[in-house]
Design a protein around this ligand. Structure first.
Ligand SMILES: [Fe+2]
Length: 235
């Protein structure tokens, strides 16, 4: 499925992955597309082709299998430049660190199903450009600010488009963020990531998360409840 959001000067189309329910967000200018996360979607592929897209810039929000399941398909169909945090670039290259090696178990836990779906493990090649910490990129007349985070996964990053739209990956959703997967850190989420999210709150008009629909940053922050341990540290 796909849906469209028009905000300021940007027309953003969300595609939901066919194998996993993560989001890709696509902006198009002339024969180029800017994509946040690379889900496996035949609809996205055919819409890109129908639009006459020839080259693509992909920003990855993190290394997990559900956000990179369509990356190699995009690479083999378009001229593709992939940008990610240094840690994400490293971790997409192994089934162990992109978690596809335990995807069956994660999905059955999530669905509460007893029989695990068979998900083949996979890896992709690394990014073409990386950033450490923060980064800044331009694409046509859009500005993209990158900020590395570590709560959901070691390779996580959020992207701010044109200073007011946040592509948050799995660092901020309309459900509580998971920080207990291998490579995640509840401590880093509450001591580093959440303070940063709070610090940009007033600038962000709309959040485009890694799963589910877009929404307001304050609503998504609110669904995460700080564990008592970190509340005590704050006092
Ligand atoms: Fe994730």
């Amino acid at each position: 499925m796909c849906e469209e959001t028009v905000f300021n000067d940007a027309r953003i189309v969300r595609f939901v992955g066919e194998t996993f329910d993560a989001n890709s967000y696509v902006l198009a200018e002339e024969r180029e597309a800017l994509i946040f996360d690379a889900v496996d979607s035949s609809e996205m592929m055919s819409r890109l082709r129908a639009h006459g897209i020839e080259s693509i810039t992909v920003f990855l929000t993190h290394e997990h299998f559900d956000h990179i399941s369509g990356l190699e398909r995009l690479r083999s169909n378009f001229a593709c430049r992939v940008i990610a945090s240094a840690e994400c670039s490293k971790r997409i290259q192994s089934p162990k660190t992109n978690l596809s090696s335990i995807a069956d178990a994660l999905i059955s836990m999530h669905d509460h199903s007893e029989i695990a779906k068979k998900v083949p493990e996979f890896s992709t090649s690394g990014a073409d450009a990386i950033f450490n910490g923060d980064g800044e990129f331009e694409w046509h007349n859009h500005k993209i600010n990158c900020h590395s985070l570590k709560g959901h996964s070691l390779g996580s990053a959020c992207y701010i488009l044109d200073e007011n739209m946040l592509f948050s990956g799995d660092e901020l959703l309309s459900i509580p963020v998971i920080t207990r997967l291998p490579g995640g850190s509840t401590e880093k989420y509450w001591t580093k990531d959440m303070p940063w999210l709070e610090s940009i709150k007033n600038d962000i008009s709309l959040v485009f998360p890694g799963h589910g629909q877009s929404g307001k940053i304050e609503d998504m922050i609110k669904v995460n409840v700080m564990p008592e341990k970190f509340r005590r540290q704050e006092r």
